[in-house]
Design a protein around this ligand. Structure first.
Ligand code: SAM
Length: 279
């Protein structure tokens, strides 16, 4: 088993972000498996790469995976690329990598651009602990439930979002996480209109409402985690209830009512409500 499957990262906008090694590997392998062969043609032409291309997509029938494993068995080396960035990161490749590993082939990454890492590296949010959640669900109720599950986590939260849904997602986040949660919206990284909008969720919602251009392009949406004290002390549901009550009532009334609803201690809720207001 000598043939290798290379997982090659490609640029997320700026063609110059292609690594020397990525070009070398794509020139030297026998076959390139691409998410969309027509889309990748531009990049391959730019770097004078004439290696034959075949399509690969996780959603298509299993024959595609089998065909590529067969190529590896014939001792042909294969490189997998996606439309942009690192394959398998909200992109096809998982089934192929698993099948290649199970069949005993070497799978080697060729690291490079990845939108979530590029966004986090320049956002000014804590990066010691973070989690990536891909694209939030498209339907309103599912999206809200999805955010509610994350609301008490203390690590930074990272999402991908499309231009059609970025505004809806921000509004849903404001509802669940509260308008004061710190957030950064990274748009069009490495492209002409690269923008990092940072502030709290309230500010970001207003920015998108007042300027339609801010909803154009590709996005990474990042949130700071909940404060440690809050996430250690209370469940996501308790946090949600207290945050909602605080929007309508005084700290004392909100803590008292939240205690009745949740069964938590009133003084603990009161202390946390004070902190929330001070943020
Ligand atoms: N595999 C890619 C990676 O490594 O980042 C991600 C592919 S996923 C299908 C595409 C999503 O990534 C976009 O909808 C957007 O959320 C994010 N993305 C890709 N390129 C971006 C860019 N230049 N600026 C901001 N976000 C980007």
């Amino acid at each position: 088993m000598t043939a290798t499957l290379f997982i090659v990262a490609t640029p997320i906008g700026n063609l110059a972000d292609m690594s020397f090694r990525a070009v070398e590997v794509l020139k030297s392998v026998d076959i390139i498996a691409a998410e969309d062969t027509r889309h990748s043609a531009k990049l391959l032409q730019h770097y004078h790469i004439s290696t034959p291309c075949i399509p690969y997509h996780d959603h298509s029938d299993e024959n595609q995976t089998r065909r590529i494993i067969e190529k590896l068995r014939e001792d042909l080396s294969v490189a997998l690329i996606s439309d942009a960035g690192t394959p398998l990161i909200s992109d096809p490749g998982y089934k192929l990598v698993l099948a290649a590993r199970e069949a005993g082939f070497t799978v080697q990454p060729v690291p490079g651009a990845c939108a979530l890492i590029a966004a986090l590296s320049a956002a000014g949010l804590p990066t010691d602990r973070f989690a990536f959640y891909g694209f939030p669900p498209a339907k309103t109720a599912a999206r809200k439930a999805f955010f509610e599950e994350l609301s008490a986590f203390s690590h930074s939260l990272v999402f991908y979002e499309s231009p059609h849904r970025v505004q809806e997602s921000l509004l849903a986040m404001r509802e669940v996480f509260g308008g004061q949660r710190r957030a950064v919206l990274a748009r069009e990284i490495s492209k002409t209109f690269e923008t990092f909008l940072s502030g709290d969720l309230q500010t970001l919602c207003e920015a998108l409402e007042s300027d339609a251009n801010q909803s154009r392009g590709e996005f990474v949406l990042m949130l700071e985690g909940a404060s440690e004290q809050a996430s250690e002390a209370f469940s996501a549901e308790t946090l949600r209830i207290l945050t909602a009550l605080l929007e309508e009532l005084s700290v004392k009334q909100a803590a008292s009512l939240a205690a009745k609803i949740t069964g938590e201690k009133k003084n603990k809720l009161y202390k946390w409500a004070l902190e929330l207001q001070a943020e």
